[in-house]
Design a protein around this ligand. Sequence first.
Ligand SMILES: *[C@@H]1O[C@H](CO)[C@@H](O)[C@H](O)[C@H]1NC(C)=O
Ligand SMILES: *[C@@H]1O[C@H](CO)[C@@H](O)[C@H](O)[C@H]1NC(C)=O
Ligand SMILES: *[C@@H]1O[C@H](CO)[C@@H](O)[C@H](O)[C@H]1NC(C)=O
Ligand SMILES: *[C@@H]1O[C@H](CO)[C@@H](O)[C@H](O)[C@H]1NC(C)=O
Length: 183
Amino acid sequence: MALFPLLQPFALLLLLLCQSTSAQSTTTTSAASTTTSTAATIYPGNSKYTYLGCYNETTTLNNTAMTRALQGTSESNDTMTVEVCLAFCAGSTYAGLEYTKECYCSPYISALSVKLDDAQCNLPCVANGSEICGGALKVSVYQLKSSTSTGKSAAPGSMGGSGRAAAGSALALGAVVGGLLWL
Ligand SMILES: *[C@@H]1O[C@H](CO)[C@@H](O)[C@H](O)[C@H]1NC(C)=O
Ligand SMILES: *[C@@H]1O[C@H](CO)[C@@H](O)[C@H](O)[C@H]1NC(C)=O
Ligand SMILES: *[C@@H]1O[C@H](CO)[C@@H](O)[C@H](O)[C@H]1NC(C)=O
Ligand SMILES: *[C@@H]1O[C@H](CO)[C@@H](O)[C@H](O)[C@H]1NC(C)=O
């Protein structure tokens, strides 16, 4: 009889354990059924890059000398995924995937490139059908997290000392806004 109150906490713990285990298995089941669906989804990013949006390629525009939306180092092969591209572009402000397997790294997005609906980037990656790798003349763009430049640069040469200063004040502004939000 005196043991009963002592056992109660254990019984409660056991009950809670059972509940959390059953909750966990339900989550696992629904997650598994989501994974088996064939639709490719947008890879949200990793610790270094975050998804910015779907942008037009600019090569088909007149008088731009075929300049790309993301002009810079590039790679295209049959093992391309978002993860591979982000690793390949490591350090670049922008990384983008186009047409299932093309990866572009650049310090800026062309001012001529228009941001589109996410749905316009509708092609799965050649090496991972579960994630989106741009579209035909559409680029899934990722931005370096430490970068504070959210706008577009008109020219590649504009990333100079003043750009850094501007980035610094943007960071300061972000801290102020963040501080206000915190309050
Ligand atoms: C960019 O996308 C818009 C909307 O789809 C389209 O009207 C425009 O022609 C595109 N521009 C280029 C260069 O592809
Ligand atoms: C691009 O140039 C071609 C050939 O000069 C012309 O036919 C076409 O209309 C131009 N396109 C645009 C969007 O200006
Ligand atoms: C494709 O490119 C990535 C990035 O450069 C590289 O890591 C990978 O090995 C390449 N795959 C092939 C098959 O060349
Ligand atoms: C394929 O993409 C999915 C969704 O982004 C990801 O969870 C998975 O780890 C990727 N697999 C490989 C082998 O990259």
